[in-house]
Design a protein around this ligand. Structure first.
Ligand SMILES: O=C(O)CCC(=O)C(=O)O
Length: 274
């Protein structure tokens, strides 16, 4: 990317210390103006193509309701979205927020269909379903490919909830998948909602509790969510991950404790180490 192309945009170099402090204190941050309109237009067109052409998983809420559907590992379905997952600003800002070298773990192309045909996204954290230990903690870059105003299901977070006590038993479904039932005090903490425009990126750490409301508009909410982890993350078996990604339950045969770096091509270094 040329210096000209980033003029007026937020880059790893121009990211303010205030936003880094906000992220570490609250567990999430909304970074405005990371991608240009031209970049987003290209990524959105490819996302729409993949949503039509690729097999999708669904977040099943029971009773026929779904919270969203998504193309898993969108980065494997073509060069264009892979480029977004490796984007020097998107990944470089993640690296500055995390405070250490990162690898890309996976990226999911999320669609929350419009006209209230999908439900809201329930409260959860991501660490509970990820199959690795990461220090610094993993984080997600949530990149909206359409504007996400209040009515289109923006993300909400419980500030500071990433600092609640751990560890929790890995096979305890309530502790892992229903944090508000397990940590009842979370029910009395305010949430922060972050509407976002195309070009912005919302980042959240893997343990902050987050959710999203229903998409009431007639436009699908399309987002690429990319998870970055420490460059030195190690595999751990996670029943919730294996149960979701049935065709790849152990990341291609990884053993507990193994460095994900041993699969360097699949989990590439990003940001300043790319
Ligand atoms: O987009 C959503 O509604 C939820 C996304 C999410 O939970 C995530 O990216 O971790």
């Amino acid at each position: 990317m040329t210096a000209q192309a980033t003029e007026g945009l937020t880059t790893p170099d121009t990211l303010s210390d205030d936003l880094i402090t906000y992220y570490r204190t609250n567990g999430f941050v909304h970074v405005p103006n990371v991608l240009s309109a031209e970049e987003v237009a290209e990524f959105r067109a490819e996302a729409q193509r993949q949503l039509k052409a690729s097999e999708k998983l669904t977040w099943d809420m029971g009773g026929g309701d779904i919270a969203m559907d998504w193309v898993p590992d969108a980065n494997k379905h073509g060069e264009i979205l892979r480029r977004l997952t490796m984007h020097p600003s998107v990944a470089g800002i993640a690296e500055r927020l995390a405070g250490g070298p990162l690898r890309m773990f996976k990226s999911e192309l999320l669609r929350k269909a419009g006209n209230k045909t999908n439900t809201g996204t329930p409260h959860h954290d991501d660490q509970s379903i990820l199959p690795f230990h990461s220090d610094p903690p993993a984080l997600t870059a949530w990149v909206p490919l359409v504007d996400v105003p209040l009515a289109r299901g923006p993300m909400s977070y419980i500030p500071g909830s990433h600092r609640r006590p751990e560890p929790v038993p890995l096979d305890d479904e309530v502790a892992n998948l229903r944090p508000l039932d397990y940590w009842s005090e979370l029910n009395y903490q305010p949430m922060t909602t972050k509407p976002a425009r195309v070009g912005d990126v919302c980042y959240h750490t893997d343990r902050v509790v987050h959710s999203a409301t229903v998409n009431e508009t007639d436009t699908d909410r399309i987002v690429l969510a990319t998870i970055y982890m420490s460059a030195y993350a190690r595999y751990r078996h996670n029943p919730f991950y294996s149960g979701t990604y049935l065709d790849d339950p152990d990341l291609g045969g990884m053993k507990p404790g193994e460095l994900l770096a041993s699969r360097d091509e699949r989990f590439p270094l990003v940001g300043s180490k790319a």
